[in-house]
Design a protein around this ligand. Structure first.
Ligand SMILES: Cc1ncc(COP(=O)(O)O)c(C=O)c1O
Length: 454
């Protein structure tokens, strides 16, 4: 059997990541759980002075029609009191509440079939957004390049603009990231970027991408992973929509994190980001990173110096919910949520076909909450840009959708707009598509009139 290599993370870390210092208190906190130890360590407030007696959460039956999460006398009530309340209201550990981390570690083993062998670990953060930012901050130096799936979630573009790295767009299509384009970029690197270091990492959104809705098939992931090994870059797998898969049963691609050992016989190249935002609550601000300890520790070092830790209240809430469900219960809940979005997708597509046939095109997503629609505003030019039109005419007509340029790292023109079908009801969807149709028809008529007069 060939041996599995664990890649060395140190050369990937930025200069800045090495400058943060441990604060001398938090780094000792792990010792407090040593049996018999008396801790005079942290300046914790005495929680008996806090004004809360308990926190009671009323649960709904899950969308999957499952029994509720808790096994208590009233299974619809989740109560946080006593030691749980103390934990929820008190300062906590920087990487996350230990029992939540244990739960998530077991969950990752369950979902991605990765044994717990010390080559990876899980940390939580205030949303995956924070973890993605802190990871990029821990990696990027002045002369570094970051490969970025394009179009891309603009929540990354704002902070990447402030980081000292150069973005290299890698095209995505209806099947997600295009490995052929990735290979072209890398195989011509020495010519296009003479004397420059090869890109350090690739940022990609593999499932139900924001904005394209595309999910990359496993075969493409394998190609990407092989390129990652060949050209020695990390894969930043932002899988915020992983649990919103509603395509054919049994056909969801395995994650990059699951595949890296099998494909490359190595561990540590994939940095995975998960989020509770789309399946439990976005306001709880809870996400988790699964990565080589060197990466998690670099991220935690920023956390320890900036926000100390992720809020304990939401961590305890999440833990109580998840511990009641167990991994299978959580997955069943997620399947119920995904089925909800499938029916929203079906509704929106039905309405869009009715009003936009021949005027717009899109690929049907199998995950997530977005349609990425190409508006045909010029009959003879499928690539005509639609940004200006969406900002002016569409708004004037009373319909808002995100112009595709917002998702282009280098702000290139695009005929696409992103629509979100997550919270819209049928009557409003119908009216929105009708208004979009008017916008397109009027724009076409103006373009044709302009052509006639020239
Ligand atoms: C692709 C992608 N990644 C990350 C995030 C941030 O998620 P979180 O709420 O976990 O910070 C979002 C939010 O919409 C997203 O679309």
């Amino acid at each position: 059997m060939s041996s599995i290599a664990t890649i060395d993370i140190a050369p990937f870390l930025s200069q800045k990541s090495k400058l943060w210092k441990n604060d001398g208190i938090r780094s000792l906190m792990a010792l407090e759980s040593t049996p018999g130890i008396i801790s005079l360590l942290a300046g914790r407030p005495n929680s008996s002075t806090f004004p809360f007696e308990s926190i009671t959460l009323k649960l709904k039956p899950t969308l999957a029609g499952l029994p509720p999460a808790t096994a208590g006398a009233d299974p619809f009530t989740l109560t946080i009191e006593g030691e749980d309340l103390n934990e929820a209201l008190q300062y906590g550990m920087t990487p996350g509440a230990p029992r939540l981390l244990d739960w998530l570690t077991n969950f990752q083993t369950h979902v991605h079939k990765r044994v717990q062998d010390g080559s990876w670990k899980v940390n939580v953060g205030s949303g995956s957004q924070e973890l993605i930012y802190r990871t990029c901050d821990s990696l990027m130096n002045d002369d570094d390049f970051l490969l970025i799936e394009t179009p891309v979630y603009p929540g990354t573009l704002g902070f990447l603009a402030a980081l000292p790295c150069t973005l290299i767009e890698v095209n995505a299509d209806a099947q997600g990231l295009n490995p052929t384009h990735l290979e072209t970029i890398l195989s011509t690197w020495d010519t296009t970027h003479p004397g420059k270091r090869y890109p350090k990492a690739l940022y990609t959104i593999p499932s139900g991408s924001n904005p394209t809705g595309a999910s990359i098939p496993e075969a493409r992931k394998i190609e990407v992973l092989k390129l990652a090994k060949k050209y020695n870059f990390l894969v930043l797998e932002d899988d915020a929509y992983a649990f919103l898969y509603y395509g054919p049963e049994g056909q969801q691609a395995r994650s990059y994190f699951a595949l890296e050992v099998e494909v490359n016989a190595e561990k540590g190249r994939v940095v995975r980001f998960d989020s509770f935002s789309k399946v439990v609550s976005s306001g709880m601000r809870l996400g988790y990173i699964t990565a080589a300890p060197g990466i998690c520790n670099a991220v935690a070092l920023i956390t320890t110096n900036t926000s100390l830790h992720t809020p304990s209240v939401t961590q305890v809430m999440a833990y109580k919910l998840l511990a009641g469900w167990g991994p299978e219960g959580f997955l069943a809940h997620c399947a119920g949520v995904a089925a909800f979005y499938r029916s929203r997708r079906d509704m929106f597509e039905r309405v869009a076909h009715k009003h936009l046939s021949g005027l717009a095109e899109w690929a049907t997503p199998v995950a997530g909450m977005f349609l990425y629609i190409r508006l045909r505003v010029q009959a003879n030019n499928p690539d005509a840009d639609t940004a200006e039109l969406m900002r002016t005419k569409a708004v004037a007509k009373g319909v808002l959708a995100v112009p595709g340029t917002a998702f282009m790292p280098l702000r290139g023109p695009t005929p696409f707009v992103r629509i979100s079908f997550s919270i819209i009801e049928e009557a409003e969807a119908e009216e929105a598509c009708r208004r979009l149709r008017e916008v397109i028809l009027e724009t076409r008529a103006e373009a044709e009139a302009a052509m006639r007069t020239t």
